[in-house]
Design a protein around this ligand. Sequence first.
Ligand code: NAP
Length: 377
Amino acid sequence: MMASAKVVALRALNGRSPLCNGLFRGFRLNSTVSVRAYSANMSPPSKAVVYEQHGSPDQVTRLIELPPVEIKENDICVKMLAAPINPSDINRIEGCVYPVRPPLPAVGGYEGVGEVQSLGSAVKGLSPGDWVIPSPPSFGTWQTYVVKEESVWHKINKDVPLEFASTVTVNPLTALLMLEDFVKLNSGDAIVQNGSTSIVGQCIIQLAKLRGIHSINIIRDRAGAEDVKEKLKQLGADEVFTESQLEVKNVKSLLGALPEPALGFNCVGGNSASLILKFLRQGGTMVTYGGMAKKPITVSTSSFIFKDLTLRGFWLQKLMNSEKSQECRVMIDYLLGLMRDGKLKYEMELAPFDNFPVALDKALGKLGSHPKQILKF
Ligand SMILES: NC(=O)c1ccc[n+]([C@@H]2O[C@H](COP(=O)([O-])OP(=O)(O)OC[C@H]3O[C@@H](n4cnc5c(N)ncnc54)[C@H](OP(=O)(O)O)[C@@H]3O)[C@@H](O)[C@H]2O)c1
């Protein structure tokens, strides 16, 4: 039986059909046309955060209801339990920075954790009730039910709180890969980073500490900076400086007994990136993985000539869609084990999915600094 045009567009939100932009405007669950269109194995109807055009996420996203979709023989229908709002989710909706974006209309979100609800007839490796994460992460996790092929899902143990399970990939895995992939570090070495309050930053501190690597951390100036420094030190940070503390002639004079860092991580840009470059030792490497301040990186000619610095970039999405994706699943299990054992943690705030607009405002920084927002379905 042919699906209605409206259903075709809505199914496209799961990445399965050509897109019919705008067709789901105004759709509600009681659309009997859509529900009657299939007689096959169907998902339950889903509530989803969708956007039909790029722009400021608080302007272009809407929480709407989507009709059931067909669960094909190799598909899994997953009832989502939790999914974070990450800066990259915001960038994808804004549309200006991210080179790979879901076609519109799209459901927001990229990672999360869910419980297997039902299976296609050919699925062998998963059972209802299993916890799974999309790995590599994939578009459209901000909805109550997600239907994707079995190969997309990675089964995980249920022994970690769901907010950690829902966030294990994008930020902790980035931290681990960046620590391992760029410069060979040995116990006793040091790294320097900015954006140290971010989840990536907090993970870098803890993963470095576990390897005997010292961390020098830069944070933004703020009220309560001493409390923030103390929290990061509790996680294992060796030194934490506000940007203004580093307005000195020779930042290395602040290192005390710590070695000059061979590797730096920059997710801010602008002056904050310059501070990292100042800390790096001769021949050091700075890896840029984010641009929170939306300001360019400026490198002095002398840093290149006399310090022979190397500038690199990191993008998880590209890496996870390469031949490294299976290896990444092993690393994810390792990170989940650390979380279970209390060796890897960070602050988060659970937000009911129906309160999405408030969680989004917090994630956008419109209500001041807030912990990572985790949508709870
Ligand atoms: N390239 C990749 O593959 C990849 C993968 C994962 C993450 N990332 C990037 O990593 C960064 C951190 O992500 P996350 O999810 O860990 O962050 P998060 O936990 O959501 O925290 C946001 C961080 O950004 C800082 N920040 C916000 N606005 C800022 C501004 N205007 N100037 C300077 N700092 C600002 C915050 O500092 P305060 O505490 O001072 O508010 C906080 O440290 C983001 O840029 C993200 O896009 C990149």
